[in-house]
Design a protein around this ligand. Sequence first.
Ligand SMILES: *[C@@H]1O[C@H](CO)[C@@H](O)[C@H](O)[C@H]1NC(C)=O
Ligand SMILES: *[C@@H]1O[C@H](CO)[C@@H](O)[C@H](O)[C@H]1NC(C)=O
Ligand SMILES: *[C@@H]1O[C@H](CO)[C@@H](O)[C@H](O)[C@H]1NC(C)=O
Length: 436
Amino acid sequence: MAITQRWWLRGGGRSYIMILWQRCGKREWAIAVAGFAVVLLAFSFIISSDSSSSDHFSGAGTADFIPLTLLRNAVKRGAYCLDGSVPAYHFQKGFGSGSRRWVLHIEGGGWCNTAASCSFRKTTTLGSSKYMDYQVQFSGILSRDQSHNPDFYNWNKVKLRYCDGASLTGHPESEQKNDTKLFFRGQLIWEAMMDELLSIGLSNAQEALLSGCSAGGLATLIHCDDFREILPKDAKVKCLSDAGFFLNEKDIAGNATIQSFYHDVVHLQGAAGGLKKDCVTKMEPSKCFFPQNFVKSINTPVFLVNPTYDFWQIKNILVPGPADPLGHWHSCQLSIHNCSPEQIQVLQGFRDSFLKALSEFQQMKDVGMFINSCYIHCQTWISETWHGPNSPKINNKTIAESVGDWFFERKESKHIDCPYPCNPTCYHMDFTRRFH
Ligand SMILES: *[C@@H]1O[C@H](CO)[C@@H](O)[C@H](O)[C@H]1NC(C)=O
Ligand SMILES: *[C@@H]1O[C@H](CO)[C@@H](O)[C@H](O)[C@H]1NC(C)=O
Ligand SMILES: *[C@@H]1O[C@H](CO)[C@@H](O)[C@H](O)[C@H]1NC(C)=O
């Protein structure tokens, strides 16, 4: 594992990311794949950007590599990854005052919307546990180091691997009866995972935080009340969605690209049955894949971490390849510093829509937010963006401090950043840095 990471840090992943980047605009499945690859892998670049040595990597001195556990009750429950393999998670036991406290983090990785794109996933970690790393590093919100993770460092920690392609919502009734052999078991994976975690101590939790990034951040919102329900009534239970607030916005060519993509995901995988009931009765089910249409009806306290210039959303919702056939946006998408004043205007328009979609939710009690103006995607599981002297801040608070203020009710924690480029603490993703 360490070898893989060093390989990425040395820039070995460079060409892979470039390939994905180029494919992105051209192919539908790329929305899904790019979500995973660009997000997960590109962080190696951020982290290595200030230093040529891997010592700089998150918590290198105190690195925790946590082994993969295959879900024991999966076969009994019929809970399978897309390819029929057994889903998996990584678990690290809490200690001291954290021994009855739990933080869960659901991995991200986009979605698949066609039989072809779901089949492609069967050959990757996003559709099969056969390809998952035997161990992963826990950092950011999963770090065991108090200086990196002041409030949750000693909690029980679980990273749930994502292998169903529909934010843990798919239903087997939608599986095709021919030889396509795709399993749509997201909802069953969720249920089987929770059963297993309850059996290893979660059922005794005093405090619990369900979190996730990207497609996992969306799953966090979708399953937040379910999570509340399975825990003891007197436990404090809350949900943290990182980069999971995908906006239902038309692209720059005026097409409803993301809406039709979500429509295909939900219909292919029979996801409607896994979505919030009170939303599905009110509108076309696939619209209930958009948090803006259901967050207000979540009864459990929710915290949103999301940049208003979320690079995944800019690349796949606002300016998908077909909407920019001449590639005018290419260099702006690689780095926000390259955007022309006109393009920045368009990005500010996206930010306005984003803030508008949040405005009522923002007023609600128990809600927390950290909505910053950085060109980035997930920020909670990377030590550099979660908590440190150089981490992004709003009102002089890091994301970790803001989430802690909200979880422990130390003070109201609703932070909305000023527009780009006002915040000097941002980490802006720069995809150009290592490509030449
Ligand atoms: C399987 O059936 C579905 C419709 O139920 C169809 O869309 C798909 O193309 C079929 N796949 C194969 C490999 O025949
Ligand atoms: C917009 O959508 C229409 C209808 O689906 C499609 O024919 C057209 O190619 C799309 N245009 C762009 C630029 O994506
Ligand atoms: C910002 O926070 C740090 C650490 O909490 C503190 O030491 C510093 O004084 C604060 N700065 C301002 C301007 O409030």
